[in-house]
Ligand binder design. Structure first.
Ligand code: PLP
Length: 430
């Protein structure tokens, strides 16, 4: 595989952009290679600057559930771009988008648009603190909620200890109110609430964690979180940035039959453009500025391009509910095929999948929390990843990310992927 142009571009990028990338995992450092530079995408495929074609299982890290350049999304964007890209004033499409979300999600009566998942979670926490008049928040080890200061906490710190910053530049003062807890461990969260319950504004959780591979909450844990937060008057925030409108139109909360107090979105609702959102009951959302005291703003929030890409994507999903069945079925076929290959070749692997989000961990035994995810052999993943890339399969360059199926993928794409995976697993075995 020729990656010469990409290598040259990467050298140039590194001169003027830290690490050559605008988001760290794009640097491919965990798989110890240089990244291909992507030139264009079409449906299930992306093409790099050297002309290599890949089946894309990253989908811009989740947003592109319909694949690249869906014709309707492109058509609508072209129409809108000619009318102006941003006004910093209300537009009709913002209300249409909000109505669509409110109609789709029973837990949401009002929603505010922002520009990223980070903004959504950061503001949802501010709102929770403002609403409850409490300071502390709980997050789970291995859950990622973006890079705002109070959520950048080193995973694995003791159950009842306060978090410590895991990035220079985050003052300890900022994270002293963030408590880290063990995912899928109800006893742990019960203990935390016994000590700090009256001061906890909110628990934020990825209902299906997609940032330590794919690790779903157990139903028992989900029910327990709802019960405990209600008992103590804390808010339960579902971070559905990755799962929202992907695992089902109504999101992961519908799969667990849980009504969170607030929900955060991004990715799919932006259709590939920068969008985030958070929403919940009117009573809580009414605390937001300008009708309430909790401040938040955004120059480009709800801009016509982002709203159009997102609205078109959500409308297509709403009108074609079979898409979910199809991508889930493809996910199932991929999982089964990978399992068969791993078994046939004697490669130790563990699988988690929820619908169109899948992860093969190079470890034995069930992966139900961060600690188990960390037992994965990342060296083996790097070998697997490189081999897949060379065979035209573009996976996330990290063991701890999800594989995403898009509606643009065909059964042939999945079979081709499985064929490549057999060879890649042979290399892992060597
Ligand atoms: N929350 C979750 C669950 C995510 O997966 C991510 C990003 O991957 C974020 C929040 C942050 O979103 P963004 O990268 O748009 O700021």
């Amino acid at each position: 595989m020729n990656l010469e142009k990409s290598k040259t571009l990467f050298r140039g990028a590194k001169e003027v952009i830290p690490g050559g990338v605008n988001s760290p995992v794009r640097a491919f450092s965990s798989v110890k290679m240089d990244p291909p530079f992507i030139k264009r995408g079409e449906g299930a495929y992306i093409y790099d600057e050297d002309g290599n074609k890949y089946i894309d299982y990253v989908g811009s890290w989740g947003p592109l559930i319909l694949g690249h350049c869906h014709p309707e999304v492109v058509k609508n964007l072209k129409e809108v771009v000619e009318m102006g890209t941003s006004f910093g004033a209300p537009t009709a499409i913002e209300t249409k988008m909000a109505q669509l979300i409110v109609e789709a999600i029973p837990s949401i009566e009002m929603v505010r648009m922002v520009n990223s998942g980070t903004e959504a979670t950061m503001t949802a926490l501010r709102l929770a603190r403002g609403y409850t008049n409490r300071s502390k928040i709980v997050k789970f080890n291995g859950n990622y909620h973006g890079h705002s200061d109070s959520l950048l906490i080193k995973a694995g710190s003791g159950a009842l200890t306060h978090g410590v910053p895991n990035s220079p530049g985050v003052p300890e003062d900022v994270v002293k109110n963030t408590i880290t807890a063990k995912y899928n461990d109800l006893e742990n969260i019960e203990k935390i609430f016994k000590v700090y319950g009256e001061d906890i504004a909110a628990v934020i959780v990825e209902p299906v964690a997609g940032n330590m591979g794919v690790v779903p909450m157990t139903q028992e844990f989900a029910d327990g979180l709802r019960r405990i937060t209600e008992e103590y008057g804390s808010l339960l925030i579902f971070d559905e940035v990755m799962t929202g409108f992907r695992l089902a139109f109504e999101g992961a909360q519908s799969l667990y039959n849980i009504t969170p107090d607030l929900t955060c979105y991004s990715k799919v609702i932006g259709g590939g453009l920068p969008v985030g959102a958070f929403g919940g009951k009117k009573e809580i959302m009414s605390q937001m500025s300008p009708i309430g005291p909790v401040y938040q703003a955004g120059t480009l929030s709800g801009n016509p391009l982002a709203m159009t890409a997102g609205y078109t994507t959500l409308k297509i999903l709403k009108e074609n509910p079979q898409i979910y069945e199809e991508i889930n079925k493809k996910g199932q076929r991929l999982e089964e095929g990978l399992k068969e290959h791993a078994k046939a070749l004697g490669v130790k692997a563990s699988f988690n999948r929820v619908g169109s989000m899948l992860c093969m961990f190079f470890t034995e035994g069930a992966v139900e929390d961060f600690e188990a995810a960390l037992t994965s052999d990342t060296e083996k993943y790097a070998v697997y990843f490189k081999s897949m890339l060379q065979q035209g399969i573009y996976l996330a360059p990290s063991q701890f990310e999800a594989t995403f199926i898009s509606a643009a993928m065909t059964d042939e794409d999945i079979e081709k992927t499985l064929e490549a995976a057999y060879h890649a697993l042979e290399e892992v075995k060597r």
